[in-house]
Design a protein around this ligand. Structure first.
Ligand code: SF4
Length: 657
């Protein structure tokens, strides 16, 4: 069935591409470009002799039967010279464009691999260069590189580079935010590898589209430089040079100037229209449902890195994550989070959107990028202080022992690489396996997570997998080594209930038996907005609100001993079997505060019916109220069976937990 879907998808994609090519613009662009290329290839052989034949008896003639567009100052045939000049004109324009794209891509990518200070210098230089008109830059460089075709190629190429650098920076920033890049980063990929393997392949198409359009602009720029006498020098000639010569005799034979001008215009049009057509084709392909817009997960893993006995797998103490806010005031969406995850333990984190649960996971995984800052009294993974240990050590540790499963299944895989290759990369990098052995291991792992026809599937691309299958594949990626901790951030949100259950069961199985080869069981940190998902899958629950943990208790006690008004409100908002189906769904009134809106006192006070002066003045710290039970509330409620006795009014609005 999947194959049938893939087949249909492929046919639909081809049909859309053909539809673009059949449009007037598509048809014209292909025909014009074919004509220009054919002339560039064959004109010198066909009309080369005629173009260079001097006829002193026919100097500066107008159009005649022998010379359809007349002759130049040496009696040479203008039409033949214009046709023959196609090759050099196109060669120079394409070479300059290639230089521009290459230099621009290097400059645009440099900030992501250089130290931050050097990256800033490059970015500032690009910003300044972009502010100058391209032709002005080209003239500036032409003066530096000297008069002649080589100097003009370099000048125009370098003048195009800033625009491509800016484009590369923008496109790279968009791709760098994708989950598959985060997953690769956790897998230990260095900056250069991230750039080369994951970012650049995904920005290739828009770069090609822009390069095609820019080739037309380069053609015009060349004509301009040659016309000014600082481009191609005699005896060589391109359209710009012919234009300059033709203008000298414009009153005698206007066609001598008109013909190269028309040639520049037609070729420029061919490149521009072709660029538009390529953009249309890329757009048609991107609109296929399989591209980058589906669902899924991400992961990384390999050999266990110690961490046995009673030592927690993860120890988080007073974790704070801050970002620069408006007016220079930092906002702190994670404010002093503390918890531990024991070996093989399953811990759930619940809370409404914006409570800081996903950011906490990113902070723990070292995935918060500057200008965000992560601080903690202690942040240890398998005993290694993540904030103090040397970067290579941390990268190696996370890459071998931490697996991530993200919410967006499609965005979590690199769409340009086959699934098997992406899995195998983890083992190649961290376990030193050969390409072949790493691929065998990838197939083995896909089989373990019950991906049917694993060998064939390993050769497929992410878009050929269904959402549930991609989740499995990402979990398989986590199993390429021996993960000691699996962090799953809303792993089932995009899936239907049946697949959701399968994925949760698979995660539970991974937790209980590691990678299935007798290795140590992995701990699970499951993040979800759905308290029932967490209750089904975890031994302990952390309830987060406005960047803090407000309650931490065993799942078994959730319905009978939850004491924080917010936890109770979350539970009350979940329909039970005995819920009156005719009654409106209960929700928590109001909304959580934005990180910049948190003021003194309990952040839940505006939504809590028990709030008093003390609540509004001081924020309560978590205190132990029982074995493995902490709650941060000045008025924790009594342990009572789950009921609709929430201290929060439940209303009928949509949303809730
Ligand atoms: S009772 Fe007070 S401290 Fe407790 S949740 Fe309500 S407002 Fe916050």
């Amino acid at each position: 069935m999947q194959n049938a879907t893939n087949g249909r998808t492929g046919r639909n994609g081809r049909a859309k591409v053909l539809a673009v090519l059949r449009t007037p613009v598509g048809g014209c662009s292909v025909a014009l470009l074919a004509l220009v290329i054919a002339l560039a290839l064959f004109a010198p052989a066909l009309w080369g002799d005629q173009a260079s034949a001097v006829d002193v008896d026919a100097i500066q003639q107008g159009p005649t039967a022998a010379h359809l567009l007349g002759t130049d100052s040496l009696g040479r045939d203008v039409l033949a010279r214009v046709l023959v000049a196609t090759r050099l004109s196109i060669e120079l324009a394409v070479t300059a464009t290639l230089i521009g794209v290459a230099a621009g891509t290097v400059l645009g990518s440099a900030p992501s691999v250089l130290p931050r200070w050097a990256g800033r210098i490059v970015t500032s230089a690009v910003n300044i260069a972009v502010a100058f008109p391209g032709l002005l830059l080209a003239l500036f460089f032409a003066m530096i590189f000297g008069i002649g075709a080589e100097g003009a190629v370099l000048a125009i190429g370098l003048a195009m580079a800033p625009a491509f650098a800016r484009l590369t920076q923008t496109l790279s920033a968009a791709v760098a935010g994708q989950d598959f890049v985060a997953a690769a980063r956790v897998a230990g990929a260095g900056r250069v590898r991230l750039l080369v393997r994951h970012v650049l392949p995904n920005i290739g198409e828009p770069l090609v589209v822009n390069a095609t359009i820019s080739a037309g602009m380069a053609l015009l720029a060349f004509a301009g430089l040659s016309f000014l006498g600082i481009g191609v020098q005699a005896p060589a000639y391109d359209w710009g040079r012919l234009l300059g010569e033709g203008l000298n005799q414009i009153y005698v034979n206007p066609t001598a100037a008109l013909a190269p001008g028309v040639a520049v215009m037609v070729a420029g049009l061919a490149f521009n229209l072709f660029g538009e057509t390529v953009a249309g084709v890329v757009g048609a392909r991107a609109s296929r449902p399989s591209q980058l817009k589906d669902s899924a997960t991400a992961a990384a893993a390999a050999p266990a890195a110690g961490g046995g006995g009673d030592r927690p797998v993860l120890l988080v103490d007073d974790l704070r994550i801050a970002f620069p806010g408006p007016a220079g005031r930092p906002v702190t969406p994670v404010r002093g989070v503390s918890f531990t995850v024991g070996a093989g333990e399953s811990v759930g984190v619940v809370g409404e959107s914006g409570s800081g649960k996903s950011l906490t996971a990113l902070g723990v995984s070292r995935l918060i990028e500057a200008p965000g800052t992560v601080t903690a009294a202690r942040l240890e993974f398998l005993g290694t202080p993540l904030l103090r240990a040397p970067e290579p050590e941390v990268r190696g540790l996370l890459g071998t022992s931490l697996a991530l499963v993200f919410q967006d299944p499609m965005a979590s895989f690199n769409p340009t690489q086959r699934i098997g290759r992406q899995l195998a990369e983890v083992s190649e990098q961290h376990q030193g396996l050969s390409r072949g052995r790493a691929l065998d291991r990838a197939v083995e792992r896909l089989r373990e997570v019950r991906v049917p026809a694993a060998e064939r599937r390993a050769r497929q691309y992410p878009h050929e997998f269904s959402g549930g299958m991609r989740q499995r594949a990402m979990i398989a990626m986590g199993l390429m080594g021996e993960p000691r901790l699996v962090i799953a951030d809303e792993p089932t949100t995009a899936l239907d209930v049946t697949v959701q259950r399968q994925v949760l069961r698979l995660l539970a199985q991974v937790r209980e038996s590691g990678d299935g080869s007798g290795s140590a069981p992995a701990a699970l940190l499951l993040i979800s907005h759905d308290i029932t998902v967490v209750a089904q899958s975890c031994r302990r629950v952390l309830v987060m609100y406005a960047g803090r943990i407000v309650e931490d208790l065993p799942t078994a006690d959730l319905h009978t001993a939850a004491r924080h008004p917010y936890t109770r409100a979350l539970l009350a908002a979940v329909p039970a079997l005995d819920t009156d189906r005719d009654a409106p769904l209960a929700v928590i009134p109001g909304r959580p505060p934005e990180p910049g809106e948190v003021t003194a006192g309990c952040a839940f006070a505006s939504r809590c019916s028990l709030a008093d002066e003390r609540c509004r003045a001081d924020e309560p710290d978590p205190v132990n109220v029982g074995a493995e039970h902490r709650v941060a509330c000045w008025h924790p409620q009594d342990s009572t069976p789950r009921s609709r006795t929430s201290s929060v009014d439940t209303t009928t609005a949509g949303g809730g937990a």
